[in-house]
Design a protein. Structure first.
Length: 532
């Protein structure tokens, strides 16, 4: 008996433990995985994309995407996160109708499996909620007893004021069922119905779905909105102990399924919350998620470049957040809000393309490009694994027309690109896409060539100048000094040379002047140096 799995089952399902354990062992036997081992190194970079971010007439988008990746980034980016590619009804894929089908408009499972042969494949498990158009929910509405406990019926008169709300929308929505009107729990929207993990049958369905994804080639599984998984009245219904136990159980089962062939399938928790709560999903470091997102980094980097100051530590003050909101609106971006327990609202998302977020119209375009690439150079050189959204890699701008069409703020950064037009722009040295794409590829190629950027390499932040974000990465016998000038001024630094006899900037392959064992460094506005 696997004691780790059994103990967690007994905690979550004390009345069904033995039966559930047997069924899980049967599933593990059914879904033996034969993926290759994945050990995260400096060579790991994740491209985040929709299955149809690039479209070509007469081709299925997944085929077009695969061709584009092979032609342009193979050997530089080794992991592809295809955002939900299942049939869906809203939220650009995050309201899944059928977890085990590929949206036929994108392609089929063969396309997904072919991609997984050339790249490490990352797949979304959107398992906090499901579409109201799904078979599960439609059968529930009809009174099918199999699905009776798959969803959460909630009396609206009970006290729900403590429940964390990520959206400024009602927590409960009313649906007409075979037994009359029912109030059902909907954390995110009327179309996204929360699943009831107190149901052992629902739990088993989800376990089989995770194993199914791994069998189809997923080496990384992103657990979408996972912090909201377990609901208990009288609590915030986020980050509950039961949720952590559930993720640990997911990992135990995936590890056991794959133990004969690979180390594990990597779980990534999508928890857009403060740092302390976010890293709690590592568990004890070995028993829960292997990776979490660093959601706070992009807005902090944005703030540093806009304020021309890299010194800020910790959480931004309210007035600094207000400044980011004002700048976003000034640059024709949009802002989404969340509801607080006291009835007030707070900014939840800045809906804007990252280039446009950093863009300052009183600066030359070349400066704006350098600033943008340096922002990604910070993310790519810090400890961890960089994840780059396809529209950032390709130098896209705000997609205003899309917002008008969908009425959704997030569409501003989800344009579908025409393959032929994209190829034309990427072959035009004067185009914005060409300049950004090639600068980003060069930076990533250098990153993946130096083991000092291994996720296990040490990182030490330095305080040299308020205008310069600086830190040292060190791994085995390699040491690199990272310097990014976040200001629009030239910055001169004189530093002790603790690197090598002839230090060199890896990004430009130029020597650094050394006099009396001191490096004399000149940083252009918004310039990044990786000095070895």
């Amino acid at each position: 008996m696997n004691q780790r799995i059994y103990e967690k089952l007994s905690f979550l399902y004390p009345y069904n433990t033995d039966e559930l354990y047997k069924k899980i062992m049967d599933l593990i036997e059914k879904y033996k995985i034969s993926n290759k081992e994945i050990n995260l190194t400096e060579k790991d970079v994740i491209l985040i994309t929709y299955g149809d971010s690039i479209r070509k007439e007469g081709e299925k988008p997944l085929h077009t995407l695969h061709k584009f990746l092979n032609d342009h980034i193979k050997g530089i980016i080794n992991t592809v996160h295809i955002l939900p590619f299942f049939p869906y009804s809203s939220d650009d894929g995050f309201s899944v109708i059928d977890y085990k089908k590929v949206n036929p408009e994108l392609g089929n499972w063969e396309d997904i499996e072919n991609l997984s042969k050339d790249y490490n494949l990352m797949v979304d498990a959107v398992i906090n909620h499901i579409s109201k158009e799904s078979e599960w929910f439609q059968e529930y509405l009809k009174g099918n007893p199999k699905y009776k406990d798959y969803f959460i019926e909630q009396n609206p008169v009970e006290d729900l004021k403590y429940v964390t709300r990520p959206r400024a929308l009602p927590l409960l929505h009313v649906y007409e069922t075979s037994e009359g009107k029912k109030h059902i729990w909907t954390t995110f929207s009327e179309d996204q119905i929360d699943l009831n993990y107190k149901s052992p049958d629902l739990f088993l369905e989800i376990i089989e779905i995770l194993l199914f994804y791994a069998k189809k080639g997923a080496k990384l599984i992103r657990l979408d909105a996972i912090g909201y998984l377990w609901k208990e009245l009288g609590t915030t219904c986020i980050h509950l102990e039961q949720t952590h136990k559930m993720i640990q159980l997911f990992r135990d089962i995936l590890d056991l399924t794959a133990k004969d062939v690979i180390k594990d399938v990597i779980l990534i928790t999508e928890t857009n919350v403060p740092h302390k709560e976010n890293i709690s999903y590592f568990g004890d470091g070995y028993n829960e998620a292997q990776m979490v997102y660093n959601f706070s980094l992009p807005p902090l980097v944005l703030h540093s470049f806009l304020s021309k100051n890299a010194y800020s530590k910790g959480i931004l003050k309210d007035e600094e957040i207000d400044y980011l909101v004002e700048h976003t609106l000034k640059n024709k971006g949009l802002v989404s809000y969340k509801s607080n327990p006291d009835g007030s609202k707070s900014p939840y998302e800045l809906n804007i393309n990252y280039f446009d977020a950093l863009y300052e119209k009183d600066e030359e375009m070349e400066l704006n490009i350098r600033k943008f690439v340096s922002a990604y150079a910070i993310a790519s050189s810090m400890k961890g694994v960089p994840g780059i959204y396809i529209h950032s890699l390709l130098g896209s701008r705000n997609y205003y027309e899309g917002v008008k069409i969908t009425g959704m703020n997030r569409t501003i950064n989800r344009e579908k690109l025409n393959y032929d037009e994209l190829e034309k722009e990427l072959n035009d040295p004067k185009s914005l896409r060409y300049k950004i794409f090639n600068a980003m590829k060069n930076m990533l190629k250098i990153r993946t060539s130096h083991k000092v950027f291994n996720p296990k390499a040490t990182q030490k932040v330095l305080f040299l100048d308020d205008r310069v974000f600086s830190f040292i990465r060190e791994f085995e016998d390699e040491k690199v000094l990272i310097l990014t000038n976040v200001s629009n001024q030239e910055v001169n630094l004189e530093l002790e040379n603790e690197l090598s006899e002839k230090p060199i900037d890896l990004l430009t392959n130029t020597n650094i002047e050394v006099v009396d064992n001191k490096m004399h460094i000149k940083l252009k506005p918004y310039e990044t140096l990786w000095i070895k």
